[in-house]
Design a protein around this ligand. Structure first.
Ligand SMILES: CC(C)(COP(=O)(O)OP(=O)(O)OC[C@H]1O[C@@H](n2cnc3c(N)ncnc32)[C@H](O)[C@@H]1OP(=O)(O)O)[C@@H](O)C(=O)NCCC(=O)NCCS
Length: 399
């Protein structure tokens, strides 16, 4: 079943953007642990997803540590306003993580760069509607284009990207962020039915579950090599520069870490922490994570080695097997939804084809392809590389 909600594509006008008075506002990097904890204690209401304040504060420390372990640096930002007494008061806050990216311009080999992903944009309730988030986003875009750029050439900096996942429609369009693709396949297992449905009763034949970090690291390296090859070919063909957030092991391990940590506190099942993060069959694999906060099993990435197949039908058949394995994992944790962003499907495999193939299996769960209203991938490029496209913009890159 396909259901398209087009409301997210309503354009936004930048006419309401304030001019920043630099004597009154400043964007600062927070490094003091107490100040960072204060921000988290305030934004707890929005993103704790059922954790206590202490568990949430520990989770945020853990996120910092796991990102650092893989060499990704997390920065805490605060917009501060000068009070009448001359003190600088934090009025809005957010975070950004710097992770490796790759870009391609025609005539040159694919090269390294960086990406910044923005998250946790938050203005406390009492400060909302005063233009603080707008001022912060204006200052942040300026700052991030030269943040963590030591050792990079001008070309590398010009081909870096800033990404975010908006839960507030096209708000970020005001600051030049462009929407990519917000289509999603959503399966809602029917927990009421007495019989466990046939298509999701047992792991399909030939499917192997994935839980070893070493194994997953090998698979994502294969994916990165594929992405590099594709942007190289596509940009040579059409001349349009492209960038990707590198799908390094740490990008995935960060989400697995969150699943394990949150599972410990929120799972009502005997088994607390998940250990299975994907499945493989023939030349295809899928990675996922259990998001117990938003109560979804998220597909992180689906990969197909086309050299192992002779037709799209064969590929779709294997992807359906992977989805069936993911449905079992969804049910195991009693999660209401399995969500797969269409941008994480292998190239050339259409979301509608997946939906109709799944619907034609024995006893499928309810499935829909729709334009989700939240977590909208948006990106910003440096002023000098306006035509740079962010591609492979899937869930794996989410922050
Ligand atoms: C979104 C948020 C950061 C805005 O902060 P703010 O300081 O009040 O924002 P500003 O005053 O600068 O701008 C207000 C604008 O926010 C936008 N906005 C706020 N909430 C929105 C929502 N839920 N959907 C769409 N736009 C929204 C509107 O465009 C509004 O503009 P307007 O006043 O011209 O109508 C704040 O509402 C918040 O912290 N919300 C909860 C956390 C959250 O959802 N963060 C975003 C995660 S991507």
């Amino acid at each position: 079943m396909t259901n398209t909600n087009t409301s997210v594509t309503t354009p936004v006008s930048s006419s309401s953007l304030p001019t920043v008075d630099h004597s009154k506002y400043r964007l600062v990097e927070l490094t003091d642990i107490k100040e960072i904890e204060q921000c988290h204690t305030r934004n707890y209401v929005e993103w704790a997803g059922g954790l206590t304040v202490d568990q949430y504060l520990q989770r945020e420390k853990g996120v910092f540590a796991i990102l650092a372990k893989y060499g990704f640096s997390l920065t805490y930002w605060a917009l501060q306003e000068k009070s009448d007494s001359g003190d600088w008061i934090t009025v809005s806050a957010c975070e950004s993580v710097c992770r490796p990216a790759l870009y391609k311009v025609k005539g040159k080999p694919v090269n390294d760069t960086i990406s910044h992903s923005i998250g946790s944009v938050f203005t406390p309730k009492e400060n909302r509607g005063k233009g603080y988030a707008k001022i912060m986003m204006i200052l942040l875009a300026e700052r991030l284009h030269s943040w963590k750029t030591e050792g990079l050439s001008e070309e590398q900096i010009n081909n870096s990207i800033i990404a975010l996942w908006s839960d507030v429609g096209l708000f970020y369009g005001l600051f030049g962020y462009e929407l990519t693709d917000a289509e999603e396949i959503k399966i809602s297992p029917d927990y009421k039915s007495e019989t466990v449905s046939g298509s999701a009763a047992s792991i399909p034949e030939g499917v192997e579950l994935l839980s070893s970090s070493e194994e997953i690291a090998k698979l994502v390296a294969q994916d990165e090599a594929y992405m590099v090859k594709r942007i190289d070919e596509q940009t040579e063909q059409d001349g349009s520069p492209r960038a990707i957030i590198a799908p390094r092991a740490g990008v995935f391990e960060h989400t697995f870490w969150r699943s394990r940590y949150i599972g410990r506190y929120l799972n009502k099942t005997d088994e607390k922490e998940p250990s299975v993060f994907g499945a493989r069959v023939n030349g295809s694999w899928m990675l996922w994570n259990q998001d117990y906060g938003s109560k979804k099993l998220y597909g992180q990435r689906i990969f197909t080695d086309r050299s192992k197949y002779t037709s799209n039908e064969e590929i779709v058949r294997d992807i359906i097997k992977l989805i069936q394995a993911a449905v079992i994992e969804t049910k195991k944790w009693n999660l209401p939804y399995l969500c797969i962003w269409t941008s994480d499907l292998p190239e050339g495999i259409d979301g509608d084809a997946i939906v109709s193939a799944y619907e034609s299996t024995a006893n499928p769960e309810p499935i829909v392809k729709w334009q989700r209203p939240g977590s909208l991938p948006m990106y910003h490029t440096s002023g000098t590389r306006k035509n740079l496209k962010w591609v492979f913009d899937g869930k794996y890159a989410w922050f």
